[in-house]
Design a protein around this ligand. Structure first.
Ligand SMILES: CCCCC/C=C\C/C=C\C/C=C\CC/C=C/C(=O)SCCNC(=O)CCNC(=O)[C@H](O)C(C)(C)COP(=O)(O)OP(=O)(O)OC[C@H]1O[C@@H](n2cnc3c(N)ncnc32)[C@H](O)[C@@H]1OP(=O)(O)O
Ligand SMILES: Cc1cc2nc3c(=O)[nH]c(=O)nc-3n(C[C@H](O)[C@H](O)[C@H](O)COP(=O)(O)OP(=O)(O)OC[C@H]3O[C@@H](n4cnc5c(N)ncnc54)[C@H](O)[C@@H]3O)c2cc1C
Length: 572
């Protein structure tokens, strides 16, 4: 199709959120009524949660859904300018339905945010329905293919059965029936879990383009009198790109793990077991933030490593960046997600471990750390010996760094409370530490999953090169965050020096396999859509061909000469 497989599209929300939300929150009758026509694109929907005045603070959303028992309807209304739904993808011009998140009012009481299916355009004429004011929010940083829209509802009536009632319900007399767990109506866990894999894909594409281009680009002089070398032979170029390559592999494994974990736990939830929902929320929120922040920065490293041609849209890197960067904001703004993981999971787990509770899942190390704190500390107190070759010891180092930063954040809250601050103020005055703790926890999870994955690799040669990548990923993270490790007494200055030396050795070791490692992502030219990243490496001819196709070159003398330059000359 003319649509590029990876470009944002107006139907992304329909496929990525409207359908999954029906699957997760619709009753069987609602599935029949809505899912089937939505699957056949008769109904095209979006997910309208964010408002002009609120995106993060869900409890602050103002759109109301008031039940009218006399007509068995909900009245959907946007009471203020700030309550206008703002940003939903595909809302402006594409969708004819929206899942609207609104504060449910029935029998004079507010029961918080619930999901309602609201028809917004006539199914045949596509004209907005009565009481519906809808349109596009205007040009954005990118996503120009998507009509992110606004939606103002003026006392729009929908049937009682348009409230998604798999969990919470409203009876015909207006009685509200609580969901088995209030957390089930939050949603977003699915898409956050999927975004981790999107981070991996964005990294794989970017480093494929940059490393292939670095293998065909010759520039400057390494040894006097010799031909210009491939820029991939410069240590600085390797230091830019090989850690990105390692992260692309790491995030690919984490993305797979996140998808499998989502599938497993959502299966349990559908079976009525909600016990793992906190772990799934914390993991998806944290890893979504961790991987998108890392990938966002790495795409720019790849673009800049391609010099001027990286800035050309023929490289595809500007488009990859523009389309990826909003992942740090949507589906949960990253800072807020990191705070969720820390405040709602890590600190809570730390406190449970501190009273001897045995923890499971990704925080089980906090129990080990709590037990460690009760044992007498070794006199030396110094950092343990550091192996720059042993992956398991590096995993343990990341685990101890995470435990140390979670403890630091928990203690900061305690100190703030002892200074007489309120709970909320104590948490806010510790939020930098909380974000650091989440970051360290996620970093440990990524390193651990990478090393765990190696145990599943049978081919010795593949295992060897993946182990080198895992070492580079772990040591580069250690070097980049050496302050944390030094502060926690997990690293000494001589050891930090050894780490830097080892990183240089690993860059040299990876050089011969770098192109093969990006080829292994198997991203064909159509998917990459990049002149610099072409599989055949025939960059210059295709760059010239690409430029020749530029609309500006349709005529030898552009109309601007006659319209502006010539008249300007005559006036000078
Ligand atoms: C074919 C498939 C294709 C997939 C391909 C992937 C991508 C392409 C497709 C689509 C993407 C394209 C474009 C993107 C479109 C973007 C859409 C959006 O951005 S939708 C809007 C996103 N908005 C948010 O995420 C809002 C963020 N804010 C919040 O989540 C809440 O405000 C916050 C921060 C959680 C605070 O809420 P609050 O009510 O104050 O909660 P508390 O912090 O007090 O916590 C209460 C308890 O609830 C637990 N909790 C919170 N959230 C969740 C959750 N999501 N799930 C489960 N549990 C949750 C929390 O841990 C607390 O529990 P305890 O009481 O501590 O036990
Ligand atoms: C391209 C794109 C597509 C989108 N698509 C959709 C969609 O389809 N449907 C939909 O409903 N929404 C959509 N959104 C909206 C998106 O979900 C929100 O922008 C996002 O949730 C962030 O909320 P906000 O914009 O209100 O930012 P804010 O929350 O106002 O964030 C601004 C700053 O405040 C900080 N902040 C906020 N709260 C806290 C806190 N508690 N503690 C510390 N710092 C805090 C943040 O860290 C950030 O630095 C989309 C957004 C974009 C950019």
């Amino acid at each position: 199709s003319c649509v590029h497989p990876d470009r944002p599209e107006p139907l992304d929300l329909h496929l990525g959120m409207f359908l999954p939300t029906l699957l997760n929150q619709a009753t069987p009758e609602q599935m029949e009524r809505f899912f089937t026509p939505a699957w056949n694109l008769r109904i095209i929907g979006t997910y309208a949660q964010t408002e002009m005045g609120h995106g993060t603070h869900l409890r602050g959303l103002e759109t109301t859904a008031t039940f009218d028992p006399s007509t068995q309807e909900f009245v959907l209304h946007s009471p203020t300018i700030s309550s206008i739904k703002w940003w939903p993808g595909g809302l402006g011009k594409t969708s004819n339905h929206a899942i609207v998140l609104a504060q449910l009012h029935t029998q004079g009481r507010c029961h918080g945010l619930h999901a309602f299916i609201v028809p917004i355009r006539d199914m045949d004429t596509h004209v907005p329905l009565p009481g519906v004011v809808v349109g596009d929010i205007g040009p954005k940083f990118g996503f120009s293919e998507v009509d992110n829209g606004f939606l103002k509802l003026e006392h729009v009536r929908i049937p009682l059965d348009n409230m998604l009632m798999k969990f919470a319900k409203v009876e015909p007399d207006g009685t509200y029936v609580k969901p088995p767990s209030a957390k089930l109506t939050y949603g977003m866990v699915f898409i956050r879990s999927m975004i981790v894999g999107q981070s991996a894909l964005a990294l794989a594409k970017s480093c494929t383009i940059a490393i292939r281009y670095s293998a065909v680009r010759h520039q400057s002089e390494l040894r006097p009198g010799e031909p210009e070398p491939q820029i991939l032979n410069y240590q600085t170029q390797q230091h830019k790109l090989f850690p990105v390559l390692a992260a692309a592999y790491a995030f690919t494994f984490v993305g797979q793990y996140m998808k499998d974990t989502y599938r497993r736990i959502s299966g349990d939830i559908h079976a009525g077991d909600y016990s793992q929902l906190p772990e799934l929320h914390a993991l998806s929120a944290g890893l979504k933030a961790f991987t998108t922040w890392a990938a966002n920065a790495a795409i720019e490293v790849c673009r800049m490593s391609c010099g001027g041609h990286g800035y050309s849209r023929s490289s595809a890197l500007p488009d990859i960046y523009v389309e990826f960067t909003p992942t740090c904001t949507y589906e949960g703004e990253n800072t807020v997600m990191m705070l969720q993981t820390a405040s709602r999971y890590l600190v809570k787990s730390y406190r449970q471990a501190s009273v001897g509770q045995r923890l499971q899942g990704s925080v089980s190390y906090l129990s080990e750390a709590a037990a460690q704190r009760l044992r007498p500390r070794p006199v030396s107190g110094g950092a343990a010996p550091l192996s720059t070759q042993d992956l398991l010891s590096l995993v343990h180092l990341y685990q101890r760094r995470a435990a140390s930063l979670v403890e630091l954040a928990a203690k900061s809250i305690q100190q703030e409370l002892q200074r007489g601050r309120s709970q909320e103020e104590a948490w806010n005055h510790s939020s930098i530490d909380l974000v650091r703790a989440s970051d360290a926890h996620c970093h440990f999870v990524v390193v651990k999953l990478f090393v765990d994955k190696l145990e599943q690799v049978d081919d010795a040669a593949v295992k060897a090169v993946l182990s080198t990548l895992a070492l580079l990923y772990a040591l580069k993270g250690l070097a980049d965050n050496s302050g944390d490790f030094l502060q926690a007494g997990l690293l000494t200055v001589p050891q930090a020096t050894r780490v830097s030396a080892r990183i240089k050795e690993l860059l040299e070791e990876l050089r011969p396999d770098a192109v093969a490692l990006v080829d292994a992502f198997d991203l064909n030219d159509r998917k990459l859509n990049s002149v610099l990243g072409r599989y055949d490496g025939n960059v210059y001819e295709h760059l010239y061909e690409w430029a020749r196709q530029s609309p500006l070159n349709a005529t030898e003398v552009h109309e601007s000469f006659h319209k502006y330059l010539k008249p300007l000359r005559s006036r000078l």
